[in-house]
Design a binder for this molecule. Structure first.
Ligand code: ZN
Ligand code: ZN
Length: 363
């Protein structure tokens, strides 16, 4: 069959092309995409900061409706609403055995090679292989993925809102609830109030933070963070003054939702002695940290990281949906501008420009 997709032939530009799609294999499903969020991971590829094969279809955070299932699939059926997970893991490697499918070794290889977990892409254009961003390639009208990558979504959450659950919410909320696991009454610093950062803020509120300090250069993002549970928000130039005024020793937990070496250094700097720095955002390829070992000896800080919320998405998604239903987790106000597939390139530009709210493409 054919599908229209946002194709990146080289970094910095997306264009719509009609691709050939292989029929679903026995363990795969065909999903008609309804909403796809633009994630920082997509932007790394778009900016050429990661080495990915091209032409490639980016996008990995989305929702849609199952249109066909392979013969061996029994978890989802035609007509089901689903949230895509980008971690349909092998189930056998060390990471999978300890319940971290997003850290699955064969999955990491597939993501680097621009394929699905099985090593194929199932996509081509005029006989040329087309690759898949983050083992998914969701920026298309139709997507074939492993059945394990299509997680059922109940009817009470709009598909446009639920798209954010697929990566930003799982990542941001999980960074607090599963990776940091703080005691109630803690203080948190969140660096970066983009899509993931806003969910870190909400995760901190849900976990019972006494104070949530947010740093972001964009005022509208700071305002949004304050509405979602932040107690303090300031721009990068005011970090030192604001943190000193709050507590010169720093915070219990500092979350770097950006992932650049300088933001991770900032998070570690303002983590108090005995506290924990959690790296949530992904760095550009080749990034390196300059660390002071005394932070870990004399000051007993912990520096750790988290991928995809440090939990199996199939386990974490139903938990997030419960938080949405109880009103604790806000989705609607985090949805930003939405663009049709033809304007996927504009969507990426809007996201790069720091649009408040998650930019969506609605294929
Ligand atoms: Zn993502
Ligand atoms: Zn694995």
């Amino acid at each position: 069959m054919k599908t229209r997709a946002a194709l990146m032939r080289e970094p910095g530009r997306l264009e719509v092309a009609e691709l050939d799609v292989e029929e679903p294999r026995p363990d795969e499903v065909l999903v008609r995409m309804v909403a796809v969020g633009v994630c920082g991971t997509d932007l790394h590829s778009y900016k050429g900061e990661w080495n990915r094969p091209t032409p490639i279809v980016l996008g990995h955070e989305g929702t849609g409706i199952v249109e066909a299932v392979g013969g061996d699939v029994d978890g989802v059926s035609e007509g089901d609403r689903v949230v895509l997970s980008w971690a349909p893991s092998c189930g056998e490697c060390g990471a999978c055995r300890r319940g971290r499918p997003a850290a699955c070794v064969p999955l990491s290889t597939a993501i680097g090679r621009g394929t699905l977990l099985g090593g194929h892409t199932g996509l081509s254009l005029g006989g040329e292989t087309v690759y898949r961003g983050t083992a998914t390639g969701a920026l298309a009208e139709h997507v074939v993925v492993a059945a394990g990558a299509a997680l059922p979504l109940a009817a009470d959450v709009p598909l446009e809102h639920a798209a954010l659950l697929g990566c930003a919410a799982l990542t941001g909320v999980g960074a607090v609830l599963n990776a940091a696991r703080p005691e109630r009454g803690f203080s948190a610093l969140v660096i970066g109030a983009g899509g993931v950062g806003q969910f870190v803020v909400q995760g901190a509120r849900i976990a019972g933070a006494a104070a949530v300090l947010v740093v972001d250069p964009v005022e509208s993002r700071r305002e949004q963070a304050l509405r979602l549970g932040a107690t303090h928000a300031f721009g990068p130039d005011d970090v030192r003054e604001a943190l000193r005024a709050f507590d010169p020793e720093g915070v219990d937990y500092a979350f770097d939702a950006v992932g650049a070496p300088e933001t991770t250094a900032l998070a570690l700097r303002w983590t108090r002695g005995g506290g924990t720095t959690v790296v949530v955002g992904l760095p550009a390829a080749g990034a390196r940290l300059d660390l002071d070992p005394l932070d870990f000896t004399n000051r007993e800080k912990t520096l750790t990281g988290t991928i995809y919320g440090s939990e199996d998405p199939a386990v974490a998604l139903p938990q997030l949906l419960e938080l949405v239903r109880s009103g604790e987790l806000e989705l609607a106000s985090l949805v930003g501008p939405s663009f049709p597939l033809e304007r996927a390139d504009d969507a990426f530009q809007a996201s790069l420009a720091g649009s408040p709210g998650r930019v969506l493409v609605t294929p």
